[in-house]
Design a protein. Structure first.
Length: 302
């Protein structure tokens, strides 16, 4: 849908901007044997991994998929295990596709930029074609190559060789970046084509179904907010003796110290019976305690 496309575009733009700022302010190749590869790959892969995890965490479908799976009622509500497995795989693919937008964008932009790849791979380039001294030992050659990303550390006689090596590495990095973009674009297009081919709905019916699901979720969220507010209002009224927002409050209830202690503190979701839960300490108190206590008229002096 349009909303998904717009959201993915915004995520990609923010990722590109973040990558540019990240490279400008933090990236500085160590230009040392054995450290370049670790440093370059860390800046290339670790942010992408973090963005992938964040993409999973920010998707509501992830929590819908995993929440309550250990509940004993889960077995009763999913009698068809094969159908359930297919649905889980489909949802996982959908979640993964959304979560991959940011990390793939990071990897593609980083590879096209080339700086991280140059830093990571400089010491592994063969310099036999760049006029290097053939009498230099392998360890000395790696040390010289590792310093190529830092122009101020390269001897003047190796400046031309250094420029050629940097060009070759940037070429490799940018080709890999564009190949990654091409593979992702083709994969996404083919995935949508296959999903449309195997859809049991026609084009217009699918658009109607998408609109229905969207509207149903909006209405459900509105009803959830209103229902929970009204339900919580009954418990608050029982504790304080009036409904919040009321204009004509004639009396208020004075909770006792024991009651304040009963609703304070920390609590987990508490199961009352096979069908119901206590959502909070105030909810638990309101269901257990009778309506009594000390009341105070609002038009009287305390």
């Amino acid at each position: 849908g349009k909303e998904v496309v717009i959201a993915n575009a915004i995520i990609a733009i923010l990722t590109i901007g973040g990558q540019q700022l990240f490279s400008f302010f933090t990236f500085s190749c160590p230009c040392h044997v054995g450290q370049n590869l670790i440093y370059g790959l860390a800046f290339l892969g670790v942010p992408a991994l973090i963005l992938l995890v964040v993409g999973y965490a920010l998707n509501n479908q992830t929590w819908r998929l995993v929440t309550g799976k250990s509940s004993p009622l889960e077995e009763e509500t999913t009698p068809n295990r094969l159908l359930q497995c297919k649905l889980v795989c489909f949802v996982l693919c959908s979640i993964t596709g959304r979560a991959l937008v940011a990390p793939v964008t990071w990897l593609a932009v980083t590879l096209i930029n080339g700086s991280y790849y140059v830093c990571a791979m400089s010491e592994y380039v063969s310099v036999r074609y760049y006029g290097a001294d053939p009498n230099v030992t392998a360890s000395e050659r790696r040390r010289i190559l590792a310093a190529f990303p830092c122009s101020q550390l390269v001897p003047p006689e190796l400046t031309q060789a250094r420029d050629e090596v940097i060009l070759v590495l940037r070429y490799q990095s940018q080709v890999a970046g564009w190949l990654l973009i091409a593979v992702v674009v083709i994969t996404v297009f083919l995935s949508y084509c296959l999903a449309s081919c195997f859809s049991p709905l026609s084009f217009l019916h699918f658009r109607y179904w998408s609109s229905y699901v969207h509207n149903e979720q909006e209405l459900f969220d509105e009803a959830t907010d209103q229902h929970s507010r009204l339900y919580a209002m009954q418990h608050v009224r029982k504790f304080f003796g009036f409904i919040p927002g009321s204009e004509n409050v004639k009396e208020i209830r004075i909770p006792s110290l024991r009651e304040w202690q009963a609703i304070s503190g920390l609590a987990f979701l508490k199961r009352v019976d096979e069908e119901h839960y206590d959502y909070s300490l105030l909810h638990d108190w309101a269901l257990k305690e009778p309506v009594n206590g000390k009341y105070l008229k609002t038009d009287e002096d305390p």
